[in-house]
Design a protein around this ligand. Structure first.
Ligand SMILES: Cc1cc2nc3c(=O)[nH]c(=O)nc-3n(C[C@H](O)[C@H](O)[C@H](O)COP(=O)(O)OP(=O)(O)OC[C@H]3O[C@@H](n4cnc5c(N)ncnc54)[C@H](O)[C@@H]3O)c2cc1C
Length: 309
């Protein structure tokens, strides 16, 4: 309930301007955002990969308001990939793209535009042996996002999809996507969604996550277990053991700044763990979703809103 209220409140432009200019915001933001520029985030990635972790880069920004903005975002990814190409770990990299940042919301042509821009990112990623995963946004975009991923997969079969366990449709989407070569990231879901389309209680969402995870782990694809929830991580570990999955055939994923010790522990016990690295200056939407997920951060955030540290 608190999470939903906070997400709604964060959409108010007056709240946004207050948060963005509040003293101390920078410090809070840097807990979750890995860098302001591409060289900064590449340096963070270099450190993490030296510790056996893998990375996915997310250029912050969503809801491009015109084609120029979508093109600028695409160019940002191309510049990042050019930088990453010089690194010895380039062929293990993934980049995460939000279709709304590359034009999905721009009217009737939006889906085609988002497809075309993401395709350019896929081409550049494929050129250095890296992969692309298309992030999932709110439920009004699910069908269009999955349609774009399906098209991209025709030429770039490693393109990853994301499914959100809180959506009522997701178990069925997991069955459809649990196919050979298919990379699917399973997360709980980060948006404020209505009860008609999404489960509302934590307990129901966790049960759905466990069911969906089983479907993906039993399939022949490459599941990406994106959660910090200790019980779900343990279910992932146990399923992998029970099903005799090769450690290279699935991976755990966690966000930058969240449970870093657990990220290292998973690597130490022989699993792959990929860290999601958001970077850039357009951090507001991403940051408010992270704050809403953690009660302790909510109180710090609330103190920013009323102007106290
Ligand atoms: C790699 C990755 C990619 C993602 N991609 C998407 C996407 O494309 N679309 C989408 O809708 N959502 C995405 N998410 C977000 C996801 O949907 C959840 O909102 C988020 O991961 C929190 O859920 P949880 O599974 O960690 O469980 P929770 O029940 O929220 O958290 C479990 C425990 O993890 C810790 N924790 C969780 N979040 C935080 C935090 N912000 N700060 C500090 N501690 C925390 C706490 O200890 C908490 O008790 C992604 C998450 C990850 C890890």
């Amino acid at each position: 309930m608190l999470r939903r209220s906070l997400l709604r409140m964060a959409n108010d432009p007056r709240v946004r301007s207050r948060v963005e200019s509040a003293p101390g915001t920078d410090e809070l933001v840097s807990r979750f955002v890995a860098g302001r520029t591409a060289p900064e985030v590449v340096a963070v990635a270099d450190d993490l990969t030296s510790k056996g972790l893998q990375v996915t880069f997310d250029r912050l920004g969503e809801n491009a308001t015109d084609e120029d903005e979508a093109a600028e975002c695409t160019q940002g990814y191309l510049d990042l990939l050019a930088l990453v190409a010089q690194e010895p770990w380039a062929d293990q990299v993934d980049v995460s793209v939000k279709l709304s940042a590359v034009g999905l919301q721009l009217g009737r042509a939006g889906e085609q535009l988002a497809h075309d821009f993401t395709r350019r990112i896929c081409e550049a990623a494929a050129g250095i042996g890296a992969t692309v995963t298309v992030d999932m946004e709110d439920h009004t975009t699910t069908d269009a996002t999955l349609a774009v991923v399906e098209r991209l997969r025709q030429d770039f079969p490693s393109t990853g999809a994301v499914l959100q366990a809180y959506l009522r449709r997701t178990e069925s989407d997991c069955r459809a996507l649990a196919t050979e070569e298919s990379r699917v990231r399973l997360c709980k879901g980060a948006y404020s969604e209505p009860a008609g389309v999404a489960l509302q209680s934590r307990h129901e969402i966790d049960l759905s996550y466990a069911r969906c995870l089983r479907v993906l782990m039993e399939g022949p694809g490459h599941p990406m277990i994106a959660t910090h929830d200790p019980r779900l991580v343990e279910i992932g570990v146990a399923l992998a053991r029970k099903l005799g999955r090769d450690p290279g055939s699935f991976e755990f994923q966690m966000l930058f700044g969240v449970r870093p010790i657990e990220q290292r522990r998973l690597v130490d016990i022989g699993h792959q763990c990929r860290v999601y690295l958001p970077y850039g200056t357009d951090w507001y939407g991403y940051f408010t979703r992270r704050v809403a997920e953690k009660p302790a951060t909510v109180s710090l955030f609330a103190r920013q809103l009323i102007g106290r540290r």
